[in-house]
Structures are given as C-alpha cells and as structure tokens.
Design a protein around this ligand. Structure first.
Ligand SMILES: Nc1ncnc2c1ncn2[C@@H]1O[C@H](COP(=O)(O)OP(=O)(O)OP(=O)(O)O)[C@@H](O)[C@H]1O
Length: 328
C-alpha cells in the first residue's frame, strides 16, 4: 500500500518575477511526496532544484499553480503554522558560529517558544533526542565553527528534527562531504523518514547514491521537464539515460551506475577471470587499450598471483599497463 500523500504540487510553475516579464525556471508540473519516504531531486546545474525547494518551502512564491501540504494550500498557512509543518535545511552559511551545537539545535524549537524564547524542559528533551538520533549528542557543547562539514550538516539536520515537522526539505545536504559521510547522511535521512514517518525531500548531485538509497526520485531538466518515479522504474524506462547521458557518459541500467565511455585506439587479448581480470581490462581501457579475443600479437594473461604480458611476468597492474603500452 502506498504511504500517505503529504505534499501535492499541482500545475506548479516556478521562477522569478521581473518587471513586466517573468522568468520561468520549471513547470508546469504536478507531483506528490509521500510520508515515510525519502525523495531525491536530481538534475544538472541550473535545472532549477534550489528554486523549486525555495518555492516548496514558501521562501518565494510560485509563478503559477498550487502547493498543498497535509491537505492545506501553502497560502493558507501563517508563518508560525508553516514552521511547525516544514523544516528546511539549506546549504547557505548558517551564521551560527558563536553558538554551541545544542544552542543551534535549540533554534529548531523557535516555532514553539518564539525566537528569543527560553527552552522549557520538554524543549530541552526534544533537542537532546534530536542530537541523539543524529548521533551528535557528544558534540552538544562544541562551538559550531569548530565542527567539520559533516558534523555541521548533522547539527543542521538535528535542528530540523527538533522543529518536529512532518516535512523536511534539504538543499544539497551531501555537498562538500567525503563519500562515507555522504552515505551516512543519506542513510540517516532515509531511516528518519521510515522511523518517524517523515516526508523528506532533498536535492543532490550524488546520482548513484540517490539511486541506491531514495524511495522516489524527481528528475529535473530545463528542456525535458520533470519526471518522477522509483529509482528502478526511472532506470528501466530510460529516464536516467535521457536526463544524464552525455557524449562520453553512459548509464548502466542493470548496475544503476554511470560509465565513462572510452574509445580505445588499440587492442590486446586478455585471458583470465574474476576481479583481477576485470581490473586489468579497466586499467587498459583507461589508457586507450581495448580487449579483442582475436588478437594474438599482444597477450595479457591474468594468473592467480601475477600477470604476464607476452610471457613476461609482472606483479602489478601498473606494470601490465606499462608493458602493454610499450608493445602497442
Ligand atoms: N534570483 C534570481 N533571479 C533570476 N534568475 C535566477 C535567480 N536565482 C536563480 N536564477 C536562475 O534560475 C535557474 C535555476 O537556478 P537554481 O539555482 O534553482 O538551479 P539548481 O538546479 O539548484 O542549480 P545547481 O545545481 O547549480 O545548484 C538558473 O538559470 C539561475 O540562473
């Protein structure tokens, strides 16, 4: 059974109002976000991801169309009501450098206490719980400016959690993070959507990661418009290829990964099997050398412990490549 619809976008057109002329960035399009799901917004630079997130967060008005959250149009919410429904995590500098992590996360309680409001026992409990959920409880007294990018991102997510909203929007939460931290943040957001029944919608350029972790994907492109679906459906129906394949880059539907297409200038025969065999082929291809079973002038044999090139033994793949390059 499909989870509840939390956000409905109807015939939405996003963009910027100008004097006499509007600049349309995306739309018109209609789509839904479901509670308990992590949805990723993917698209090339300039496609309009931040503009869409700002529009959904009510930071800028739509040019046309309607957005409704939990059955009510965005226009019908007061500012305070909105802050209890949508938590927003932007990539902009957060301007919280003189605060401790606990103070920053405590700002998430402002819809309930007022900006200068003092936190009560319940607020402090919520703040502690948010920091624990995100795994930063031990950082509570650290100054925000002393945090790493990954820790700061977690603190911002904890702040959004402390806001206790059913919907959270995040603009590129994995930007500037190393790969393990990107995976950690994405898995954290996925588990928060599952365990807390939250609707989490984020933009990212980490396509392969999004394909592995997201429940749903929105693909966005200025020319192609917006399509939505599960990562697997969008892979199989060709949408991933249509939106992201460029000259020299192809999308492998089965593996859900992108490949750089090399055009080899020469070819050799490679024999063997398993991971070492695949790695040799990969290293040769990167150096402009393809594999051709019919070749017999240059033959690379991949053994269990070493390699040979035309009978000459070597121990590393780098040496295989050097030897083959010398012969080709
Ligand atoms: N204030 C503005 N006024 C007019 N046009 C704008 C404004 N801000 C952004 N744009 C334009 O809107 C388009 C979409 O920009 P946006 O930042 O939403 O894209 P994006 O998909 O988030 O890009 P990126 O992946 O590079 O962050 C771009 O062509 C941009 O130049």
């Amino acid at each position: 059974m499909k989870p509840d619809v939390a956000v409905v976008v109807s015939q939405l057109v996003t963009g910027y109002r100008g004097q006499g002329r509007d600049t349309v960035v995306s739309g018109p399009f209609s789509a839904e976000l479901h509670s308990g799901e992590l949805t990723c917004l993917l698209g090339p630079n300039g496609a309009g991801k931040s503009t869409l997130l700002r529009t959904l967060s009510a930071f800028q008005p739509p040019l046309r169309g309607d957005i409704s959250i939990e059955g009510r149009s965005l226009d019908d919410y007061s500012e305070t009501e909105l802050a209890k429904v949508i938590g927003v995590v932007l990539t902009d500098k957060i301007g919280a450098n003189n605060m401790t992590v606990a103070q920053l996360v405590g700002l998430g309680r402002s819809p309930y206490t007022g900006f200068w409001g003092t936190l009560g026992d319940n607020d402090r409990e919520v703040v502690d719980e948010a920091m624990t959920l995100v795994g930063i409880a031990e950082l509570r007294d650290r100054a925000v400016q002393s945090l790493s990018d990954g820790e700061r991102q977690k603190a911002m997510i904890a702040k959004a959690l402390a806001q206790q909203t059913p919907v959270i929007f995040l603009d590129e939460p994995t930007a500037f993070l190393d790969y393990p931290s990107k995976v950690e943040i994405m898995r954290l957001l996925h588990s928060l959507s599952r365990s807390g029944g939250k609707t989490i919608f984020l933009s990212t350029h980490d396509l392969e990661l999004a394909l592995q972790i997201a429940d749903c994907i929105w693909l966005m492109d200025k020319k192609l418009g917006i399509v939505t679906g599960s990562p697997e459906d969008l892979s199989l129906n060709g949408s991933m290829s249509r939106y992201f394949e460029r000259d020299g880059i192809s999308f492998d539907m089965d593996a859900g990964v992108f490949h750089i297409d090399y055009r080899p200038d020469a070819s050799v025969k490679v024999t063997g099997r398993g991971a070492r065999y695949n790695m040799v082929r990969k290293a040769l291809l990167r150096n402009g050398i393809g594999c051709d079973e019919s070749r017999d002038d240059v033959v690379v044999e991949v053994g269990d412990d070493d390699y040979s090139v035309n009978g000459c033994k070597v121990t590393t793949i780098a040496e295989v490549v050097n030897e083959v390059m010398r012969l080709c």
